[in-house]
Ligand binder design. Structure first.
Ligand code: PGA
Length: 250
């Protein structure tokens, strides 16, 4: 049985007081729900605060991005070991917003995946097709290409050190997520592709679902055989909603 994992992605939201209220509420609300894993990925400046509040609880924390290099003249960038210094166990890699807005290519995403694993973090590796690709019926082709970039670089054993997140880009932030069955069919396709290389890794790797996961659709999505958790944006910004989704995973 794969243990479910819910990851909150705060994106570029928050401030010290707001973060504290949300983190305190999550700690309190999830204390007695120990049959699933939880993590919250906060903006870099607040990692120390997440660490201070979440340390010793059943909620992990992580970054939303990092540079693939260990150090160097990269103004404004954050190196993998810097996230580790603040206790991060997860880092989101290849989120569609970074692929789109920051031109992160498949090879860059693969390099980041490898760099995160090297310092002992679990990359939450995001894949998913855009609306145009979806409408053209290219979802499988696109996720296969994105997945293969990482598989080529680190192999199936390397992939096993991370977590996958299938997020159809057309569903992100729209309030209109993929239907559970539609989502399941892509998740199954992803697992089958990994199985063609290594059936053990395919059986054990967690494939999260993202894109408008809300309280209303979480339980149904999470009941699908190949959906092992959720990557939650919007709903992770409201304590009661995030807690409810985490409890559904529990
Ligand atoms: P959403 O975001 O839940 O607001 O759709 C998900 C994500 O971008 O990871």
């Amino acid at each position: 049985m794969r243990r479910k994992l819910v990851v909150g992605n705060w994106k570029m939201y928050g401030n010290l007081a707001w973060n504290k209220a949300l983190l305190d509420a999550a700690v309190e609300g999830l204390r007695d729900y120990r049959n699933a894993d939880y993590a919250i990925c906060v903006p870099h400046p607040y990692l120390w605060q997440a660490q201070a509040i979440l340390q010793g609880t059943n909620i992990a924390w992580g970054g939303q991005n990092m540079n693939q290099f260990e150090g160097g003249a990269f103004t404004g960038s954050v190196a993998p070991h810097m996230l580790v210094d603040f206790g991060c166990s997860y880092v989101i890699i290849g989120h569609s917003e970074r692929r789109e807005l920051c031109n992160e290519s498949d090879p860059v995403v693969a390099a980041k995946f490898e760099a995160a694993v090297k310092v002992g973090m679990k990359p939450v590796f995001c894949i998913g097709e855009s609306r145009e690709e979806h409408e053209a019926g290219e979802a499988e082709e696109v996720v296969a290409r994105q997945l293969d970039a990482v598989l080529t670089r680190v192999g199936a054993e390397g992939l096993a050190k991370g977590v996958l997140a299938y997020e159809p880009v057309w569903a992100i932030g729209t309030g209109r997520g993929a239907s559970p069955h539609k989502a399941q069919s892509v998740h199954a396709f992803i697992r089958k592709r990994i199985a063609s290389l290594d059936s053990g890794v395919a059986a054990s790797i967690r494939i999260l679902h993202g894109g408008s996961v809300r309280v209303a659709n979480a339980a149904q999505l999470l009941s699908m055989p190949d959906i092992d958790g959720a990557l939650v944006g919007n709903a992770s910004l409201v304590a009661d909603q995030f807690i409810a989704i985490c409890r559904a995973a529990n």
